[in-house]
Design a protein around this ligand. Sequence first.
Ligand code: 3PG
Ligand code: MG
Length: 398
Amino acid sequence: MAWKTLDEVDLDGKVVLVRVDINVPVENGKVTDATRIEKIVPTVQDIMSKGGKPVLLAHFGRPKGQVVPEMSLEPLVPALEKAFGFPVKFAKDCVGGPAKEAVGALQKGEVLLLENTRFHAGEEKNDPMLAAEMGALGEVYVNDAFSAAHRAHASTEGIAKILPAAAGRLMEAELKALEAALGDPERPVTAVVGGAKVSTKLDLLGNLVAKVDHLIIGGGMANTFLVAQGIDVGKSLAERDMADTAKEIMEKAKDAGCKIHLPVDVVVAREFKAGAENETVANDACPADAMILDAGPKSVEEITKVFENSRTLIWNGPLGAFEIAPFDAATNAAAAKAAELTREEKLISVAGGGDTVAALNKADAAKDFSYISTAGGAFLEWMEGKVLPGVAALDQQS
Ligand code: 3PG
Ligand code: MG
């Protein structure tokens, strides 16, 4: 990858268009999780300290090319000002008169936020006209939105070909962390993949078995793999029609020298609710009227041993029904072990995906991981081995 960093472009006195991902959760007009805002602070402050004037391009929600007032970015201005420590101006459109006037009036020491790029249909269509109009507002383009880089949109892809382009600090950190985890990792490498369905993570599993030494499968998708081995999982969530696919993945893993770990024991219950009466049984002993809701203690012991013998860990998806105790036990225990080994500098641990970060936060383990990605869909596509268009576009510059 030959993308430039903020250190390699001249920003002094320049209007710098910065694509950020501030698609944050908002309730009653208040930001409930400001992580994505906090993560772009170094980029914005760096640009300012290098004499540049940051103009932020961003989307919010999915307005599908229409002006949807509820999806305006304007209510985020106070949260941005608080995070940046600088005044943030706002323009009611990301192109045209309002944008041009606001850019013209922008002073050093101020940040400008432009209205939701997705209010224009050309954004998601990656319309070159819209990219050109946005590009004409500034002199340098910086992409700091790894979590939107799986979208080939005008503000993430098209515009990068128009202006001198660079990766922002967050984009740089994401790309470096992900490269260290899967590109050129310290071995052995272990991946934990959990979640409900094999069908949504087929490409991901296919790519991982070719790259990692151990693949730990948890959550509902582990049940599908058990079914593939002829095991009756009772009323458990499982994609029975995906059993052949699961078999193919196991074959591919065998050929590639990747060891797949499935739960050896499971926690079963008759109701999907917090505190439901439960028991722990061998993985082939789920009663016909019960469902598997978590991996059992023997499985956790095996996972712990794999972690202890690994140098790199990449995690996506919970091991059980982590939202409802006590079925969060395996996820919590495995997360705590990964956190401990990372603190002791024995393990490089990287995690991403919305549910995953929620589960690791709940286990109070996320803070100790080497790197937690801000990305959901982009993290998954990257784990699938796909080239993200927003990243590739940064690369096309000489
Ligand atoms: C996200 O929240 O995952 C990113 O901002 C991308 O949003 P999108 O899935 O609507 O493209
Ligand atoms: Mg998304």
